[in-house]
Write a protein that binds this ligand. Sequence first.
Ligand code: AAL
Length: 418
Amino acid sequence: MIKSNLAKYTGIAVLCLMTLSGCSQKTTKGFPYALPAEKPNRPLSLAMERSYDKYGATPQDNELYTQFKYTELKGFDYNGHDGTISRRDPSKIIYKNGKYYVWYTYRNTSTSPKGAAKANDTIPSADWDLSEIWYATSKDGFTWEEQGVAVPRPPKPAVGWRSVTTTDILEWKGKYYLYYQGFLEISGKKGDDCPVAVSYADSPDGPWTPHNEIVIPNGAPGEWDQYSIHDPYPIVYKGKIYLYYKSDANGKPNYIRMQGLATADNPLGPFTKHPLNPVIGSGHETTMFPFKDGIAALVIRDGNEHNTIQFAKDGVNFDVAANVEFMPDAAGPFIPDAYTDTKDGRGITWGLSHFTTVNGWGTNHAVLARFDCDLSQDVNDPNMKKNHVYLRPEFFYKMGLTGQQKKRIAEETKKLSK
Ligand code: AAL
């Protein structure tokens, strides 16, 4: 008995010593040079905790980290880029009948946009005023053949009579649905007054039948989405239609752009806005895709969390998953599993986006472009996972100081010399 007790206590003492020496090792040895692939069991700074918990040890380990590469498209004419023809806000891309399909806002007007005060029946106020929804097809995703109008402007006073823009496609039970912003007055007179309308067809080539009702109305006065519902963007998730959208709130003096969610069991509605809206407090145009068991989002341009890719396991509660640069504006990716109600979203590798900065305001218009990336579980492209883009000094000098800033700096220096 005594012998066994002795053995027991000796064992405990040895264990304690081992633990102690383990502890002291943990605290005295510096953080390892070779970055552990898994979160190490040692006290970590907040930044290193976050690094492992949110992102993965390095950007290369993070499936939601990528670079974006851009290619000019072939097949679209822009009238010498004089501002009379514009193509922007591409939809998601789908692959049907042996080719890719994309829909987009198409403007072909006698002049470039002139602002709300000068706009009339033929002069557009903004780049997306007096527009229609057109579509194009492609065999390779680089050269496109424009097919013409999909959804024209309906006669006044139907929703969209002034302009139909910023569309996205849904495939649901063998039918196709195009959701779009239906302008009820000139854009810019009262912000963008453009509730969401929908047209449907049996084939991606149409003909499209307008469902002459607003499917996602503006919020009630005083609510964050009281003025506009932008960028309707449907995917199928958890057996339902999850339609994400953007709205502009605040507006004093700058808008805060945020993303909301509305869900439905039927493509023609009713859609129920989520009680937690807005579900993302940043971003500009809306781009989401099924990823693993949740939804990933490209959060571009605006807000505290712009230039991030976010992820929500429930499609609602998004968190930052990666910080990225040079994100595609208004991205419409090719998402093979956007409508399959997948439980294991495979991600995206390319799509179309737009550039709105081809020329100055005088000949303002937008062009479609292709972006490529590696946000896919099935591709591992180390070149897309590099974590720096090398830019020449000229790029930075182009973003030079304004005259007013130069004046302030000169005054500050003058004050010092007194
Ligand atoms: C875009 C989109 C919507 C807006 C306008 C055209 O960035 O958010 O489509 O209405 O600008």
